[in-house]
Design a protein around this ligand. Sequence first.
Ligand code: BGC
Length: 369
Amino acid sequence: MKAVGVFPGKRTVELVSFDEPNITSPEQVKIRVLQVGVCGTDREICDFEYGTPPEGSEYLVLGHESLGEVVEGGSTGFKPGDLVVPSVRRPCTHADCVACRAGRQDFCYSGDFTERGIRSQHGFMTEFVVEAAEFLSLVPPELRDVGILVEPLTIAEKTLMQIQVIQQRLPWGLTPGGGAPPRGCHRALVLGAGPVGLLGAMALVNGGYDTYIYSRSRTPNIKADLAESFGARYISSQEMTVAQLAAKMGNIDVVYEALGASQLAFEVAQVLGANGIFVFTGVPKHGDPITIDTDLLMRNMVLKNQVIVGTVNAGHNAFEAAIDDLKTFNRRWPKALRALITGRYPIEAFREPIFARSGIKNVLVMEAK
Ligand code: BGC
């Protein structure tokens, strides 16, 4: 069986081959991998800046965004042919980690969690995998060609759930069941127009937010057209300063950071509006320290009731919400959804999507029969 292996010791990324895995207990499912997405985390792992092979292995099989088809469901209820998306993080083993013991390893306290394709567990850039049923979500057949977007969308879903909890403090105009944002708190700014940013913008538009995307490329460009096609407004940071953007938007209620660059993020944090929520999702490279106006930030946070929140990974509920939202996006914006996937490569050509760094979402399409 072929797989993409990262060897941090000898600093190489190679096609490796190893034995097909088999089910060893009744709660496991054997899956044929159909597609694997490539993201910034994979690039960092291939630059040997991040990522850890499983204990005893010289290499880490890459890939944490995947879509697969069940070939053997054991006694789990999953049937051959079912489409599934596995989550990424697996719990730590500490008895006192209430998050992991509650199945919410995305909030792990100990830091000893593992992550498939990232940290101490092989990932999905291979032909078959075996996974415990509890870590799988069922994807309906109509999402077969876009189901690979579930995992990157979970970042926005976990964010939206947290925003809804925080907005409970603004008790006017709330929709029962937590649907649309409260009245007066509906302007969202997305930083970055990569897959996480664009999917986040779709989720925000769909959630009733007046959504702007702030990104580098000048207009017109493909991402700007795409954003406009699903109802978000694209603004280039080369054409409008942060201050001008804030003046144009009015009160900025939510910032969804999907950039991984701290300097611009903190510049934007200074224009966050009253009762605003700033959500960080990016993991910046550790560069040189920068100067920021901490007095202004702290004054604003207090005097404007602001919340700054960081979010990572996602629980089962965010995977379910992502699948639900993808169904809706598929009805509302089928073209825009498909336009997010810009490149499809066979496993042998894995270097192209990882190292070429072009397009929006690039995926490996596995060929195993
Ligand atoms: C993945 C998350 C993971 C994070 C940190 C992201 O690219 O989507 O599941 O928790 O990297 O390793």
